[in-house]
Design a protein around this ligand. Sequence first.
Ligand SMILES: [Zn+2]
Length: 615
Amino acid sequence: MSNPINGGNGVGQRPVVSQRGAGRKGAPDAAPCAAKTAAGGPGSGPKRPPAPSRPQSPPQAQSRQPKPPAHQHSSALPDSLIEAVRSQARNADLFPLSELRRSGSGFLATCPWHQDRRPSLTVNPERNRVHCFVCNRGADPIAWLEDRQGLSFREAVEELARRYAIALPEQDPEAAARAEAEHQERQRLRHWRSQQQEEFHQALLSDLQASGPAALYLQQRGISPDTAITWRLGLNAQRLMLPIRDGQGRCCGFSGRSLNGEEPKYRNSSADLLFQKSQLLFGLDQAAAAINSTGEALLVEGPLDVIQLHQAGFSNAVAAMGTSLSAEQLQLLQRRGARRLLVVFDGDGAGRSATGKLIAGLRSALIGSGLELAVVELPTGTDPDGLIRSHGPDALRRPIEQARHWLQWELDQLLAPLNADADNLSVLQRCEARARGLLAVLPPGALRERAERRLQEALGLVPQLHHGVQPHRAKRPGLGRPQAQQPQASPAASPPPAHRDAAQIERAEYRALRLFLCSPVCRDPLAVLVVRNDLYRRAQQCLVQVHQRITGPIASAQEDPLPRSVLAICPQLEPHLGQLLERLCSLDLGVRDTLFRQPEGEMMAILDVLEPVVV
Ligand SMILES: [Zn+2]
């Protein structure tokens, strides 16, 4: 099998794009040509450096900054190219011969889309399509490559163009030359990395036999020798080498875990044309089948977690290199058939914060992507592997079943501090600010409406949360600042009082008492609110009585005589009431000052929940 694109001398000058590829028509080999032949002639392969200290770095490529291949970023593919690919690429060529069985004028193959017991996929040369008569799915050559290799439409077209020696669109010769050079460079790197993968793997096998440091480490992590072999783990320079492969199983780089305490603990290959962290997912090649059949992918924190989960039967686990996920990585998963991505990070503060950052970075990509992201929350202090090892796989299945939609999870996180400390005004204000931030990024629609309602109910909340929300305040007692007239909000935006739960009303009542103490201008309207909670109502009456004895202007929170006067009578009150009022009067002066100067927001939030007495 000779193919000129593989025989070249590394990054050569071969600007003539139309010479790409040899005539592969009819060659029934799906392997993307490169690796096997690249080592061919003398001098054609990369020279191996002697005992490299960073073995991940290939020769000649260390200082090279990755550049996007020119043709991949140019505008849309010309129709003529797509047509040429459609007419020349043959579906039967995309299968290894061994997988095809003659049937009439065509072939039969095993269908990858359902659990196929006997070959049900018809490969029809006349229609140039494959079609499964059991699950009724089909594909032309481009769609087949997209589906099977996880390529984008553009990548699939370009890959087929390359295989069938169809000229890619001629840009200026310089761009074409660069694209060609980059293609060559990628092939060279691929070949180099696959050699390294084998070398490191052989070293690991020897270590396993000799019960060396890598064997010991794997044993500690509960990774069996069989698993190490399946994943082609390696050993090099006191590091456990974890090969990072693309969706098609080609090694693109390594993550090296230190075995002798050397820092950093993990060291990744440096970025080059092949190794782009944001475009790779560790484990995707091994997880692709499970993701395709279940529609779900598990995202865990690190490569070793992935391996451990696969070993425990969670064969749809993948990891990003780092804790953020790019839009490209989401697409990689979607192309493999993922409809739901379950994020499983450690059950601690760091895990939660990483999850929060991950979601924040993905919100806009998630909205409208058709991919649902859900958060799996592990018991505090556990990680996926520890959980499985101490309690068995079911201990992880349970939290997976209870995964929450990312927006639900974000809202829960956002409101958690409030549940813990409902009296703290600065906590409340922080929650409100974050709520506004979250709503601002959600486009109008059901998701946003649900978030608004949830926040409104929990916080009490926030007028002008967005312009559509105009809470009912028809009977609002005068606060001297009439709300701008706006059309009535949809009923969904502001739930009627009947829907408010007791806890929400009680919280608003407490906030009313607090505001009464802090804001002289709000005292008259607050005095006529209906307060249902018995203790709070007595506190209200008490405050009103003390307030009525106070006269004269009050210039600042510090000068406000009310808290002092209330504190003075607390000892004579019945204990619960006295304690409540004491607590209210000992509010932090900063909080009191804020409410003294800017009571409107708080007042409106209270009036959204509570009604004044109708005389
Ligand atoms: Zn099928």
